[in-house]
Design a protein around this ligand. Structure first.
Ligand code: ZN
Length: 314
């Protein structure tokens, strides 16, 4: 059973320290060896611009991360291919190769420029989160007090992302911005790595009415393995994660949930879900509780559908 993971921060790790994605001794949680071990067929690689990067360096830092994606991960395409269009996803199923999908985690990197969005699109970016935790040119993140919704630029980004075929991502976005995306986006949108606020009260998680809206728009929520977003307990386990799955099922999300691990963006992990290879433990436990049809949707089908629909074949 193949897996599609909706979010990881490997590019940030590679940007901070030169490391070999293909060396199984590497300390990263996501590497080729772990992808193979758990049969992760598609991994979304986020371009995240750290806070320490100052204003005018943000776009060039994003370009450096795009370069790392092609140089260190995709390389000569013997093992990994970039997912640029729907056909790339369709072809992958019968090939021995794995796919990498580029996403931008926060419009900070765009420095207020729609041209920069179009350039990143042409370089392969197929998913756009409007913010990280803080305010930027597009919107307010969920870490801002008295957060507002989208700026004029943020609204332009939605139109342009819809036009180009870029999946909009509301993880990290403050609630007023969420409702504007829901109202303005002509396409389904996703929360690539967020959990349920009703189960674990954390600002990065979504309220039930947000989840219902995301479902009604045809989107997908990617449950994430960040322990603080799963439970307030000291030792968080896969059983705690299942409480979020149960809650999503109660909300009618069977066809609208998936996983966005956030591996390599976290330094605390769920017990027995400590790197991407340990997806095998999650698969084993899920299959004890749910049918293989359900688990297949959450591991593959739901992300696959929303990306196929939106990125198209241009
Ligand atoms: Zn994140």
């Amino acid at each position: 059973m193949i897996i599609f993971d909706g979010h990881c921060d490997v590019l940030w790790k590679l940007w901070e320290h030169e490391q070999d994605f293909y060396n199984d001794k590497v300390s990263m949680q996501v590497n080729y060896h772990n992808m193979k071990k758990a049969d992760v067929k598609v991994q979304t690689f986020a371009i995240y611009i750290p806070e320490k990067v100052n204003g005018s360096q943000r776009f060039s830092t994003a370009l450096t991360m795009v370069d790392l994606f092609y140089e260190k991960i995709v390389k000569d395409q013997s093992y990994m291919v970039p997912i640029l269009k729907a056909d790339d996803l369709l072809k992958l199923k019968d090939s021995g190769k794995r796919g990498g999908l580029l996403s931008l985690e926060g419009a900070d990197a765009l420095e207020g420029s729609l041209e920069y969005l179009r350039i990143l699109y042409r370089l392969g970016v197929r998913c756009l989160g409007l913010t990280w935790n803080f305010r930027n040119e597009a919107a307010d993140g969920c870490g801002e007090k008295n957060a507002a919704g989208l700026s004029r630029f943020g609204r332009e980004l939605i139109r342009e992302a819809n036009r180009l075929g870029i999946v909009l991502d509301v993880s990290h976005l403050a609630e007023p911005g969420f409702w504007e995306v829901a109202k303005r986006s002509s396409q389904p949108f996703i929360a690539s790595h967020s959990n349920c606020r009703a189960i674990c009260n954390h600002p990065r998680n979504l309220e039930d009415d947000q989840i219902r809206m995301l479902i009604s728009k045809g989107g997908v929520i990617g449950l994430t393995f960040v322990p603080a977003f799963v439970s307030k307990k000291e030792q968080v386990t896969i059983t705690d994660l299942i409480k979020h799955i149960e809650h999503l099922l109660d909300l009618g999300a069977e066809d609208h949930m998936a996983f966005g691990s956030d591996f390599d963006g976290i330094d605390q992990m769920i017990h027995r879900l400590e790197n991407q290879g340990e997806y095998v433990h999650l698969r084993e436990i899920l299959l004890q509780h749910y049918t293989s049809t359900q688990v297949e949707k959450w591991f593959w089908g739901n992300w696959n559908r929303v990306y196929l629909d939106i990125i198209g074949n241009y």
